[in-house]
Design a protein around this ligand. Structure first.
Ligand code: PMP
Length: 469
């Protein structure tokens, strides 16, 4: 069957916004203020663009929520999904049953993963995958006979999901403040944020310093109580925090020294975003578990999971006994079919190679060109993620820049201009970040950079008008 690309039927935007605020509680949203403003209604996507209900075309420089790696409007994914739904829309993987797309996808993922990864556990989302990690590493240490080794170390400003365990692993204060989190046995160390914390140090020296916080925490908790360390190779939601080159090798050394399992949360970083199938490879990490979601299906349907390395998988399998964990949608055949087609596209169009090569280099160069803007104190990128810091007064050294009062919400002012000018950029405090679809070509990168520059100009003018700059 060939599915025609359809335009949504005409509707009254205001009426949709009213029904939206009357009935739909959005995630991570102040429901009261959204009700007052009304949500933007996004109706269609194609390639790197989305359109809202007013017909406005926007460059989606955030790939939805860091996930639409192959871009919008991929008919072959819709067809793969349609075909699988017609054949077998659902079957579970409990009770000694399996399904063909899940087996095929597990096999494919193992072929793409670093050496030593031969097993996959499927979930419906990144949060569920990190919940799986919590239970799996504790199960591992139980089976090894170390029943006290249950503490997991994470980092401030990490994002690992919004389930109870995922939000506990996350290091966001605003999340912990709601619902009595973190749960017991999850502790946090500082993040390797050179701009925020590296004053007076070289980047390399700061990377080693930030890694040493892990060793301090292991010794504080007691090495015989620490199960695992979890981290995003590049922190995403925390503001695209790209660690110094010295950081991950030193973290790896510390994990090895104390026998602590290493979990790489690659929900954002995987599937080509940093120019490798799995970003750990780029950073000299040898993780025991890798969390994935988002880019595995380019967000077309929900799917997540954990790549389980030999160290853990061998113990789970050889020691036997039930692992009492899983989801209705673990190995969902439709989601797995979508992932297989998505991966086929990534391979066919050599998107990993492009981001690791010419496209990534071009984005880096063009994004760095924004450094000359009077509002930009710092700008950096890694593969297809990038971020810039808005500052009140620039200085040659990043640590000498004068910052805006966070209370002013300058990042949000800038974000509004971005949207008005037709580009989606996210604000994390005063850091403006992007994660474009991996299919973005040079012309589109130029268009995006022009819109960002124009929006920075508009922001500066507005700040001057308000007397903030
Ligand atoms: N881990 C990371 C690194 C993420 O960025 C996210 C989502 N932004 C998650 C986990 C949670 O994934 P999900 O929203 O699919 O539960």
């Amino acid at each position: 069957a060939t599915l025609a690309k359809t335009q949504p039927a005409a509707f009254d935007t205001r009426a949709v916004q009213q029904r939206d605020s009357a009935h739909y509680l959005h995630p991570f949203t102040d429901h009261k203020s959204l009700g007052e403003r009304g949500a933007r209604v996004i109706v269609r996507g194609d390639g790197v663009h989305i359109w809202d209900s007013e017909g406005k075309q926007i460059i989606d420089a955030m790939s939805g929520l860091w996930c639409v790696n192959v871009g919008y409007g991929r008919t072959s994914i819709s067809e793969a999904v349609y075909k699988q739904m017609e054949t077998l829309p659902f079957y579970n993987s409990f009770f000694n049953t399996t399904n063909l797309p899940a087996v095929e996808l597990a096999t494919k993922l193992v072929s793409l993963a670093p050496a030593g990864f031969n097993h996959v556990f499927f979930t419906g989302s990144g949060s569920e995958a990190n919940d799986t990690n919590v239970r799996m590493v504790r199960r591992y240490w139980d089976l090894m006979g170390y029943k006290d080794r249950h503490t997991i170390i994470s980092r401030h400003n990490a994002y690992h999901g919004s389930t109870v365990a995922g939000a506990s692993l996350s290091g966001m204060e605003g999340m912990h403040a709601q619902g009595g989190l973190p749960i017991p046995g999850i502790v946090h160390i500082g993040q390797p944020n050179y701009v925020a914390s590296g004053r007076g140090m070289s980047e390399d020296a700061f990377g080693l310093e930030a890694a040493s916080w892990l060793e301090k925490k292991i010794l504080e908790v007691g090495p015989d109580k620490v199960a695992a360390f979890i981290g995003e190779p590049v922190q995403g939601a925390g503001g695209v925090i790209i660690p110094p080159a010295t950081y991950w090798p030193e973290i790896q050394r510390i994990c090895d020294m104390y026998g602590v399992l290493l979990i790489a949360d690659e929900v954002i970083c995987g599937f080509g975003r940093l120019g490798k199938w799995f970003a750990s490879e780029r950073f000299g990490m040898r993780p025991d578990l890798i969390t994935f979601a988002k880019g595995v299906t380019s967000g077309y349907v929900p799917l997540g999971g954990v790549m389980v390395g030999e160290r853990v998988a061998n113990v789970l399998i050889e020691k036997g006994g039930d692992f009492n964990h899983g989801f209705t949608y673990s190995g969902h055949p439709v989601a797995c079919a979508a992932a297989l087609e998505n991966i086929r596209i990534i391979e066919q169009e050599q998107l990993v190679e492009k981001v690791g090569g010419a496209s990534g280099a071009y984005l880096a160069e063009r994004f760095a060109s924004l450094r000359d803007h009077p509002l930009v104190g710092h700008a950096d990128s890694c593969g297809f993620v990038a971020g810039l810091n808005l500052v009140k007064n620039k200085a040659d050294a990043v640590h000498d820049c004068e910052l805006f009062d966070p209370e002013l919400g300058v990042g949000m002012v800038c974000r509004s201009f971005m949207f008005a000018n037709g580009v989606i950029m996210r604000a994390v405090g005063e850091r403006m970040i992007i994660a474009p679809p991996l299919v973005m070509n040079h012309t589109q990168i130029n268009d995006m950079i022009s819109l960002i520059r124009r929006s920075l100009d508009d922001t500066l003018q507005e700040l001057q008008r308000r007397g903030w700059s």
